[in-house]
Design a protein around this ligand. Structure first.
Ligand SMILES: Cc1ncc(COP(=O)(O)O)c(C=O)c1O
Length: 412
């Protein structure tokens, strides 16, 4: 849905809702939201439903969540409390999150470092509101998850994009350093990276940490894909690098760890003082998150380590199946080894359409929804790449690949 920019005058010709005046008063709305499009994920999922297309656009798996966690949630719903939990999260969940990061990422954190949020999206919002002051500049590495820029602006900050270039999507020190100015206060970092499908190397993490230390920047480190790292790669949290624990807000999401994206249980982890300020931002966004889901996530984090390895293997198998299918159909597929997304290069695949036109035509005429990468950057975005979610059952992948092959025949 595109939204018309606001007019300068508040007098509009059309009648207001339910009114019959010829000169209805136009409501005063925030132009940031008035001019914003509905998110690309929502748009593509809506179009997929409208056209009965295979939905490889929005990132959600259609297989394999741990049944025990669902049972824990059901038990907590009927036997536990259904009233407001503490704003910062149920103590057992905060402890489970801290213990999980002690075990998996050697982070020296405790419950005092944790604030539970309604998904990582809310955590990103609260972390930005807690750290960005009006007039501050915040660096994001594009293509970047689409909520970052609007939320930075809503906090009164200015967005500074540093472009990562396909197919390697590498972070280099020079452009990152060059983006830092006197007003820069933070870097909003995402690792593993959506939509590139890439885990940054230790060298690249060192670059981000060095720039943050040298220029005294806060890092909001969105690490929601921390467990979806394939091919024997090892995830390292930015917060574990020297002197970074004090300046990093780490963000996680149970939706990604347990393939339960609809639950929207996320968290922020930071040094206690910073976590306390971020928790105050959170208390007036959502205040708290469904207690039953929190209990079930605590159970999953305490008991679910055995789940993580098979999950990665299952995602790797899905990635291989989709990559092979698309390559057999003549598509140029970029390598992907983290998250459950891969990118297809339209130009290299012999398709002359740009990403938006391809996505619009493919969902309508070929029966497959994909996400155009230009939605993830404003300055000079790549317009020849689309993102596909491979976290799907074999039959969904095969149907999606067949529809992509049909699109190729139609549009090359
Ligand atoms: C990089 C990144 N951050 C945040 C989110 C949002 O996570 P949640 O669903 O927990 O709000 C996503 C979801 O895809 C993501 O890819």
């Amino acid at each position: 849905m595109s939204v018309k920019p606001p007019t300068h005058s508040r007098q509009a010709a059309a009648p207001a809702m339910g009114g019959n005046s010829r000169t209805a008063v136009r409501p005063r709305l925030n132009p940031l939201y008035e001019q914003m499009q509905t998110s690309v994920f929502e748009r593509m999922s809506g179009l997929a439903a409208k056209h009965g297309a295979v939905n490889l656009g929005q990132g959600f798996p259609d297989f394999g969540w741990p049944e025990e966690i669902l049972e824990a949630a059901a038990g907590a719903l009927t036997e536990g409390s259904n009233q407001y939990p503490p704003s910062r999260g149920l103590p057992p969940l905060r402890e489970a999150i801290a213990a999980h990061y002690n075990r998996h990422q050697q982070l020296d954190v405790a419950a005092a470092h944790v604030c539970v949020t309604s998904g990582a999206t809310e955590a990103v919002g609260a972390a930005i509101l807690a750290t960005v002051r009006p007039g501050d500049e915040v660096i994001i590495l594009t293509p970047a998850y689409d909520c970052y820029a609007p939320m930075i602006r809503r906090a009164g900050g200015t967005v500074r994009e540093v472009a990562l270039r396909p197919p390697r999507w590498r972070i280099d020190r020079e452009p990152l350093e060059a983006a830092v100015g006197p007003k820069t206060s933070a870097i909003l970092f995402n690792n593993p990276h959506n939509p590139a499908g890439r885990l940054f190397t230790r060298d690249e993490l060192d670059v981000v940490a060095a720039v943050a230390r040298e220029h005294d920047l806060t890092v909001i480190s969105d690490e929601v894909w921390e467990h979806i790292v394939l091919d024997e790669q090892h995830f390292v949290s930015l917060a574990s690098l020297p002197e970074m624990a004090q300046r990093t807000i780490k963000i996680g999401s149970a939706g990604k760890i347990f393939s339960l994206t609809g639950w929207k249980v996320g968290w922020m982890v930071a040094a206690p003082e910073m976590a306390g300020v971020a928790a105050r931002a959170h208390q007036f966004l959502t205040f708290s998150t469904a207690p039953n889901l929190q209990s079930a996530v605590a159970y999953g984090l305490d008991e679910g380590d055995a789940w993580i390895e098979p999950m990665k293997q299952r995602f790797a198998r899905a990635r291989d199946r989709m990559t092979q299918g698309l390559r057999d159909a003549g598509f140029a597929v970029l390598d992907a080894a983290s998250t459950y997304f891969l990118c297809v290069d339209l130009a290299q695949s012999g398709i002359g359409l740009d990403d938006e036109s391809f996505a619009a035509a493919a969902v309508e005429r070929a029966g497959v929804a994909v996400v155009p990468l230009s939605a993830f950057a404003e300055a000079d975005p790549p317009r020849h790449l689309v993102r596909l979610c491979f976290g799907k059952k074999d039959e969904t992948i095969d149907a999606g690949v067949a529809a992509m092959a049909k699109a190729k025949k139609l549009f090359e």
